[in-house]
Design a binder for this molecule. Sequence first.
Ligand code: SAJ
Length: 428
Amino acid sequence: MSFETISVIGLGYIGLPTAAVFATRRKNVIGVDINQHAVDTINRGEIHIIEPQLDIIVCAAVTAGYLRATTQPEAADAFLIAVPTPFKADHEPDLGYIEAASKSIAPFLKQGDLVVLESTSPVGATEQMAEWLADARPDLSFPMTHGEESDIRIAHCPERVMPGHVLRELVENDRIIGGLTAKCSAAAVQLYQTFVEGECIITDVRTAEMCKLAENSFRDVNIAYANELSVICDKLKINVWELIRLANLHPRVNILHPGPGVGGHCIAVDPWFIVSQAPEEARLIKVARQVNDGKPEWVVNKVNAAVAEICQLTGREPKTIKIACFGLAFKAGVDDLRESPAMAITLSLGQQYPGQVLAVEPHIDLVPTELQEINVPLVGFAEAKCADVLLVLVDHSEFKDQKITLGLSQRLLDTRGMMHALSLHNCG
Ligand code: SAJ
């Protein structure tokens, strides 16, 4: 089996780095995306997302002719599907992008091809994908009906890389590979061994799907514990950062960091896939989601209390109070605003205090449309630090070295605990 031409469907935060890494191993990579802007940008050797080092390897791969992007799928030896799996309004998983991607590649499948689902998916999604492909190609045989003798091999190999460290983790992390049959798994292992230096560990397809969901839910539950602790500490007038530092001196305790909530397209989403499939059983997982989802509102209430306090102290009207939000991204060091609690909080404050909210986001040049619509400008650190309420939402390294001397009527609300030495009012 040899995979000389590899097609990656979905050129986002996972698909593009994966395509580029295959290209650096001199594979012919066809990247497919429905977004014409992304395709054009990549074909110029540039990137449409921020990820350290990615610009360099995409540029090199495109210039050397190993990576090419297109909006229309083409024939390949292996297809990797790396499209989003969001949830619908009721938290039910939305497999619409996987369905569309499957149907778009189906006409190009030929005997011996491998199709790998990389997108984080609810249990059963890979089997569903195989059904969509089989329905579209009755002339080919699939593992569900033909087992090891099938024309097409199908596997799930969830991506597990950390935004900001994608290129290193893609190569170094172990991969969980769940094929529909042993031959499917073996084919997928061979494909990933092109660049993966970690172990490629084989399991069954449903365990592979659940493994990824369990990892992210584990983190969500642990962050929820830190977030709940921060709310309790605020009520009991205890510095949560000091508390966690001390508790973590215990050899078997490792409490994570409280924050303004949990964002990103993974940890805030994936636990719902488990809840939707086991609603009676996934009690802790569901409550953790609710605790983390409730944190932005708690932060907004802390801002309201700070505004009221400043007004009482100075006799000013609430409508004269300026609020500066430090950070919009879902976490430090990235430009990604998806499911960002910092964005949700800034939007909520911008609506409540029209014309009074400023945002600082060193990773973004253009004001996001939602903020533009409610008149929240992007400003520099120097301007923002003169606001009345300084609300730290993201622990970007760019903020860490900045000096702030708070005036008597200024309030610092530091949801990330990064400026707490300066803080007068230090909410967790
Ligand atoms: N967060 C906290 N406190 C913490 C840690 C994180 O509030 O102590 C917040 C972050 O600020 C952010 C959110 O949680 O809003 C998620 O950030 P993260 O750094 O924990 O995770 P992601 O979403 O960037 O990446 C996760 C990773 N999963 C795990 O660590 C188990 C990554 O390995 C996965 O590949 C990725 O999800 C994914 O794609 O599923």
